[in-house]
Design a protein around this ligand. Structure first.
Ligand SMILES: C[S@@+](CC[C@H](N)C(=O)[O-])C[C@H]1O[C@@H](n2cnc3c(N)ncnc32)[C@H](O)[C@@H]1O
Length: 186
């Protein structure tokens, strides 16, 4: 069901959805494996889609940790709202990640510990991607972490401009195989 609705949304908007199927469990595990759930006060997820990474975050976050989900696609947002309605401190917003700072300001959140991203930078417009990466650097705490995945290394240089250091790991059990980037601001 998840796979079919993902595919339908891909055909409606291929460049924004950027993949024909949700990420694998293995990739989702890797995406959250560096998060210090005990101490995180606020986690933002960009482009959660049907919520494969969200499930991991919901399952591990402390009750008082704020999780803000920012998803552009209306259908995905509806599913995310249903998924999250029994959890505390979850904010689901149907908007572009380009406006992440404005949404955080509404909730009086100045800085966040982690940004977990499912955004397909390879197919998104360059201006929008620049804006998102610039804002991401601005909202992260000095020891915060931006975690994103990409199917190729084509956008590595592009992302590197915004961060001091990037660690990379390959996840083969995903269609297609993916690279997880952990991006540090200091
Ligand atoms: C490759 S899918 C990843 C979905 C999910 N994270 C996963 O890994 O299965 C990309 C997601 O990013 C969303 N997206 C694309 N551009 C966006 C933007 N500017 N703001 C918010 N979400 C966006 C798409 O709607 C889609 O849900």
């Amino acid at each position: 069901m998840k796979v079919i609705s993902f595919l339908i949304e891909y055909f409606k908007s291929p460049r924004t959805v950027g993949a024909v199927a949700p990420s694998s469990e293995k990739l989702a595990e890797k995406m959250v494996s560096d998060i210090d759930f005990e101490n995180a006060k606020c986690i933002v997820e960009y482009g959660p889609g049907t919520g494969v990474f969200t499930d991991k975050l919901l399952g591990r976050k402390k009750q008082d940790t704020i999780l803000l989900l920012l998803e552009y696609n209306k259908e995905f947002c509806k599913r995310l709202e249903e998924k999250c309605n029994r959890y505390d401190n979850i904010i689901v917003i149907n908007d572009s990640d380009e406006n992440v700072d404005e949404h955080l300001a509404k909730y009086n959140i100045e800085k966040v510990d982690y940004v977990v991203s499912g955004l397909p930078f390879a197919s998104l417009p360059k201006n929008g991607s620049n804006k998102i990466l610039e804002k991401t650097r601005g909202i992260l705490k000095s020891d915060g972490l931006f975690i994103t995945f990409q199917y190729t290394l084509l956008k590595k240089e592009f992302i590197t401009v915004y961060f001091k250091k990037i660690d990379m790991e390959r996840v083969l059990f995903n269609v297609p195989p993916a690279y997880v980037f952990r991006c540090y601001s200091c």
